[in-house]
Design a protein around this ligand. Sequence first.
Ligand code: HEM
Length: 413
Amino acid sequence: MSGAQLLDRERIKELFDLRANTLSFTGGLQAIDPYPLWHELRASGPVHPGTVHELCGLEGDLFWHGLPEPDRTHFSAFSFAACDHAHRTPEVFASSPGAVDTEGDVGYESSMLAMGGVQHRRYRALVQPSFVPAKAQWWIGKWIDETVNALIDSFVDQGSAELNVDFCAAIPVLTITGSFGIDVARALDVREKLRDPSAVADIVAPIVEARRSDPQDDLLSVLAQAEVSDEDGTHRLTDAEIHSFAYLLLAAGSGTTWKQMGITLAALLTRPDLLDAVRNDRALLKSAIEESVRWEATDPMFSRWVVEDTELEGVAMPRGSVLHLCLGAGNRDPERWERPDEYDPRRSPKPAMGFGGGPHICLGMHVARAEMFVGISALLDRLPNLRLDPDAPPPELVGFYERGVTEIPVLFG
Ligand code: HEM
């Protein structure tokens, strides 16, 4: 595959940098470590009035799930138990403030991310079979393996690389756009247009048309052929429904795994003994990936909308409020994990919340795991003596509502 080389390196650099204008609205310019603040907040109470960033003393309008909603009262949950309860009680802590109109404007608000109850179950069931663990090999064989190896081919003879740009950024975007039949040449257009969902729909529309009459072995064909049942009977998904579904999958699939793979690689590269251990024991690599999603979840906050007057951990919440679930804080709750701030892939496994929880738990988590495992395994197999470049600045963790590392400069050979 020459596809990976077709991606413009300068464009990747701009589009996959949390500090760049295109992404800094989620807090990319923040170089703070929020975990000590989250520990303090949790210790003084599991739930507080206010948004997570206000409670941490950050100023300005940040944009993320459930933000900005200036007319609503906000609360934030910092303990594992409080976040877990909200995940599991969607009838009170809903994924949107009201009913979802699937024919509404293309975007998250019209997608299954915002749905609840039976509507969510019906739409999620359409794509769930393509995302179960048994389907991981389909994703690996059709898109992941080829992309990973083409990327390594592009720098293997150089003896050095910058893994954020040369590797982590390209794998998820090429995998998810590949599964939509989107040409490699347009893969970065999708990423660039995520702020304008209708522009993403324009890219997908002609392929939907083609897949309706001539289905292929890809995810967009699954959507183009899908039928959903509701009170009015059974119907094929409309264009509007497919476009919002596609938007959700393209956005969620291209933006998260990139950052989590970088976090995992940086954690391993800065611990050379551990890197050696995972090189020799790939079961430990699987644990290293899971531990990274606990220790430094790339998207550490998602929201719920309170749809009836309620109380959480003794804090009264009126109907109409927004509850921010600080999954990052929950993942380091000392009530659940010993030495919670330590990155320790050998700790005994316990479910964490980096992939969410309850009915909206990440649909793509097995694809994300496969991308990270196949990617890091291939680096370890093909690049002997892989190590951080001692003469370059080490990777730095940045961001607030999206967390990730800066450059990952490595040497090998
Ligand atoms: C390491 C990478 C990833 C992380 C950390 C992550 C995290 C999450 C989280 C926390 C949620 C829950 C949101 C909520 O509760 O409101 C979620 C939902 C979702 N994710 Fe991921 N995600 C990752 C990769 C992916 C990939 C690769 C895909 C697609 C290929 C994907 C597709 C989705 C979808 C469609 C949902 C919505 C599910 C629903 O509403 O039922 N994610 N993700």
